[in-house]
Design a protein around this ligand. Sequence first.
Ligand SMILES: Cc1cc2nc3c(=O)[nH]c(=O)nc-3n(C[C@H](O)[C@H](O)[C@H](O)COP(=O)(O)O)c2cc1C
Length: 326
Amino acid sequence: MIELSRPVVVAPMAGGPSTVALVVEAARAGGLGFLAAGYKTPDATAREVAAARAAGVPFGLNIFVPDTTPADADDVAKYRTRLERDHGPLPEPPLADDDHFAEKLRIAAGVPYVSFTFGLPPADAVAGLRAAGSTVLITVTTPGEARRALAFGPDALVAQAGTAGGHSGTYDPAGHDGSGTAIELLRDVPRTVPVVAAGGTGTAADVRALLDAGATAVQAGTAFLLADEAGTRAAHRAALTEGRETVVTRAFTGRPARALRNRFTDAYGPYAPLAYPAVHHLTAPIRAAAAARGDAESINLWAGTAHADARPGPAGEILRTLAGCN
Ligand SMILES: Cc1cc2nc3c(=O)[nH]c(=O)nc-3n(C[C@H](O)[C@H](O)[C@H](O)COP(=O)(O)O)c2cc1C
């Protein structure tokens, strides 16, 4: 069901790094890549799916499961005031949105692999996608989440550890502290379906250790951020080579994510409310302006703990190296 000649999965990376070219090259190298539907319009998502289909290779699509509970307006307003002191007036953000979940589910029908993060998709969505021929994966971050996800009948789990770069898929953002390695999580999750291990893998030895511990495949994100085919911004690429440490922060989006430490995580991390996606929308103009001027200090530099191992080059070469082929 997940049979790859090289058991390495290029993680979905919303916000720019994931591209059709990255996903196609992953498949051509014998692995698998996921397109990232997160934040995209349904049209843009459908165009990427069509382009990947046209390339004639297996590929996946990753979808955010929305939490439609509106954020606390007072918490968001206080955070907005704090940001405005340094960054000037910011538009009032929407307190909730569902990232076009229903439309993205429709687009996903029949895509070879579909993965979910941030929560449990509706049970009928899992069944519907499987009936349409998709292999369905649900992201989990604890054994308890794994047990809950298994009740929804997925084909496989993505077990994402605290070491992982980017947002945690945790179902309990308040309780996430970024602790725990992929090996530890893999040991503890039920393995009644194949498990794809994710988090903190930068070398072939990291990948080998997870496969030896029973992972069906290893999903890596940060290791591909410097790939030629990745859409990673220039300032993010540069920061990855500067030897920074990583922190778990909700400063950018209101949901815990692992990022390279910068001025923004230091200044606002302690004050950011748990209010995703309201805080994502609130900080978007600050991040866009910083990216335009190449300023790494105010953009979300998502990265996992193994970021120092990331190397530039063609994605296929990076994948083959991780799979132990070079
Ligand atoms: C820049 C970036 C963006 C990410 N975006 C997504 C996403 O859209 N959906 C998702 O399920 N995971 C996302 N992740 C998490 C990855 O799926 C994966 O769990 C993580 O990259 C594994 O840890 P590593 O970065 O240490 O390899 C992202 C990770 C990074 C680094």
